[in-house]
Design a binder for this molecule. Structure first.
Ligand code: GLN
Length: 272
């Protein structure tokens, strides 16, 4: 079978079961198996596939048809222009979380050697991106309760040559130094709408999706310097409720930022 014939068949199968990204997914999976990029794939459309690659490709297509995310099938995901290795131990970094990282960069870029804590780091995407893009010698601490997630985060930090200290801990317990910025993408999905495949521990925000916020806000008071910032991601429609939680915990200066879809995605609170 030629490359173009395999792609044509894969796209048709994916499209028939309603996968909107059928074109891209087919390309990414075959390019991954051939260890080339998409441009090279298009240059080689008339090449013949070995029978081994062909059967591996349609095996992956079958798994994709069972809705396994492409990032898990190829083992990586691009985030902030960096490539992160992902397994089912970690949440796949989302484009909307880039807004959180950009907010963190703009809050911390004028500080002198800021101390930054990433709570619930998962793949390490947030902490590692901040370590790579901040040029003011940030000291980054990344925490997760999951050992397998931390293993993955450490692997990403070493591949991307980012200096981050990792700590296995339940939220902020065990930390002593006070931070200039605490940043987090906590689990915020309502329990009855959890997506399959990804680790529940990274997504499950309890019945209403909000269960982590009161705890984070109360711990942050103890670990944030005066005038330090908390930047935290939220789910669609949660902004009002989370702002209320922040106010109840004594934060008076609160701002939100929208993502590219116009959803209030990031809340910033100052420890005043
Ligand atoms: N944005 C993710 C989703 O909607 C959720 C991430 C999270 O719970 N922090 O699937």
């Amino acid at each position: 079978m030629l490359v173009k014939e395999a792609l044509y068949r894969a796209r048709k199968e994916l499209q028939q079961i309603g996968i909107e990204s059928f074109w891209l997914d087919g390309d990414l999976l075959l390019a991954h198996l051939l260890s080339i990029d998409r441009t090279a794939l298009y240059i080689n459309l008339n090449e013949r596939l070995s029978s081994a690659i062909q059967s591996q490709f349609f095996e992956l297509i079958k798994r994709r048809m069972a809705k396994e995310p492409v990032a898990y099938l190829v083992g990586e995901k691009e985030f902030m222009g960096l490539s992160f290795k992902v397994t089912t131990d970690v949440l796949i970094p989302r484009p909307e979380t880039e807004i959180l990282v950009e907010t963190g960069i703009s809050l911390a870029s004028n500080m002198d050697r800021p101390i930054i804590i990433d709570v619930g780091t998962g793949s390490g995407a947030i902490a590692i991106s901040l370590a790579k893009y901040l040029k003011n010698q940030p000291q980054l601490f990344a925490i997760d309760i999951s050992y397998p997630a931390l293993r993955q985060a450490k692997l990403n930090a070493s591949r991307l040559k980012a200096k981050v200290f990792f700590l296995c801990s339940d939220m902020l317990s065990g930390l002593r130094s006070k931070a200039d910025l605490i940043i987090s993408n906590p689990p915020y999905v309502e329990r009855d709408s959890l997506p399959p495949h990804e680790p529940q521990i990274a997504l499950d925000g309890g019945i209403d999706g909000l269960s982590f916020y009161p705890r984070i806000f109360s711990l942050v008071h103890l670990l944030l310097k005066k005038q330090g910032f908390l930047a935290i991601e939220m789910g669609a429609g949660q902004s009002k409720a989370i702002s209320e939680i922040a106010k109840r915990q004594g934060f008076s200066q609160i701002n939100t930022r929208e993502d590219l879809a116009g959803i209030e995605r990031v809340l910033v609170a100052i420890n005043d």
